[in-house]
Design a protein around this ligand. Structure first.
Ligand code: FES
Length: 105
């Protein structure tokens, strides 16, 4: 069943995000955008999250770290293409002076 009709987010998706560590409607919004448009679904999301159903909160209450470090980026990996399209390089732009000189020649 849909919780957030603005973004088509279901109860199941909210529960999946909660199982992955989202404990607040804001964290659900970060993961899915649910609640970031009209906001009418935020109370329902809060209800789905409930209290004591958050694995991360339970970890904190047990004194365990709630977050794990993200894996380090691969040192040998190539940087992303600046143009956003692999293999494409930007064309040089002809200045007005260069254009005038080309036409005059
Ligand atoms: S129903 Fe979720 S933001 Fe509108």
């Amino acid at each position: 069943m849909y919780v957030c009709s603005c973004f088509g987010i279901t109860e199941e998706q909210v529960r999946e995000h909660a199982a992955e560590g989202a404990c607040t409607p804001r964290q659900i919004a970060s993961a899915s955008k649910a609640g970031t448009d009209c906001g009418s679904c935020v109370r329902r999301i809060q209800g789905l999250l409930g209290r004591g159903q958050c694995p991360r909160r339970e970890s904190l209450e047990r004194g365990e770290p709630a977050l794990t470090a993200a894996p380090a980026p691969d040192a040998g990996a190539e940087p992303p293409e600046p143009s956003g399209l692999p293999g494409l390089k930007p064309e040089p732009v002809e200045t007005p002076a260069a254009s005038a000189a080309r036409v005059a020649a």
